[in-house]
Design a protein around this ligand. Structure first.
Ligand code: HEC
Length: 184
């Protein structure tokens, strides 16, 4: 039931119908697969941009950092989940079939990704000039433990954490999801 509401919110009915039919004839399934793969690639490029700025803080530009964070924000959460709303049986897809069975876990990871991207957007807002020390991780700062440790438990804690730390946890959500829901 919850799943249906979610689908209706993000998919016009005609699209849901098209995707359902695509299980038989496959162009529409390929469309949604192409779309989500393109989104994933865009997120990977954005993560690379952010990672480059942490590696070389002198290259930090708030506008570009924010744009990269927003690229991930706009492709995560319910948007990401919506692209995996039905079993698009396409040979091009590397998505595992367990996504539908483990819907809640998948959606939670997609939402965590969004929460981290929002925190990074806020960091760019708050640091319009050079990259500040407050954005960097302190030496020896714990990186958050294990796959379950990446779950966003507390928004206040998230906004208090240095952006670099949020970024590392964000990358762990990418990995956590891929390990469970993407084929090798
Ligand atoms: C909630 C789950 C989830 C999250 C979070 C997630 N991914 Fe993915 N990703 C997938 C799945 C599933 C696929 C396989 C999609 C397909 O082939 O249909 C995929 C595919 C990809 C691909 C391959 C795209 C292609 O062209 O085949 C890249 C690159 C990628 N993800 C990068 C990222 C990055 C970077 C992040 C984090 C910023 C991320 N993903 C977060 C589930 C996720």
């Amino acid at each position: 039931m919850r799943q249906n509401t979610c689908m209706n919110r993000f998919w016009p009915l005609s699209v849901v119908g098209a995707v359902a039919m695509a299980a038989i004839a496959s162009p529409a399934a390929d469309d949604v697969v192409g779309l989500r793969q393109a989104d994933m690639k865009a997120m990977a490029a954005a993560a690379k941009t952010i990672s480059g700025m942490f590696r070389d803080p002198a290259s930090y530009k708030a506008g570009e950092f924010k744009w990269a964070a927003d690229t991930i924000r706009d492709r995560s959460g319910a948007v990401l989940s919506g692209h995996f709303a039905s079993e698009a049986a396409s040979p091009q897809s590397k998505a595992k079939p367990n996504i539908l069975k483990e819907r809640e876990r998948f959606d939670r990871i997609a939402n965590d990704l969004r929460d981290y991207a929002i925190a990074l957007d806020a960091a760019a807002e708050n640091n319009p000039g050079p990259m500040t020390a407050s954005m960097r991780m302190k030496p020896g700062e714990a990186m958050g433990g294990g796959p379950l440790g990446t779950h966003v438990r507390n928004e206040q804690k998230l906004s208090a954490m240095p952006a670099e730390h949020a970024f590392h946890l964000m990358l762990q959500t990418c990995t956590t999801c891929h390990v469970r829901f993407r084929m090798e």
